[in-house]
Design a protein around this ligand. Sequence first.
Ligand SMILES: [Zn+2]
Length: 166
Amino acid sequence: MAKVICQNCDAEFDEKEVKCPYCGFLYAPGMEEKYMSDLEDKRQALDVVDDEARADYKKEATTSGKKALRAIIIIAAIILVIVGAAKLQEYLLFHEKYSAEEELLWQQETFPILDKYFEEGDYDACFDILYSDENRDHHIWDWQHYDEFTKILDEEFESDTGGEDG
Ligand SMILES: [Zn+2]
């Protein structure tokens, strides 16, 4: 460490001193040095504060960004579920109504023909209509003579097999 001579009392002291430790005479280069180093300390302190503030801000921005993203995802999921449920309900209602209307039309068209064949005793014709591939999905059990007709079929089947046995 370099030493300097006091301009006032000729005593020797460290150049980092702000004033002579013996007579108190102010030492300008030391003061300047101290001022500059204090300034540097403050600047560094400010830098640290700045860095911390920036890190905090970044952290907060990231956190709030994540929160916002999560909120958007949740809202989107809720909307998707609501829209999906509405669409599904709409589809089911439409399908149900459509099927019911179709079925009613089919029955209004088909049952009188079945009635006619049934009354005539033409069970083969009834069977062909009831068990055809295209009528497979219709509610044939809604026909007024359905139970009677199936009973007749069973009896015919039994007498057929019975005949073979005897
Ligand atoms: Zn001195």
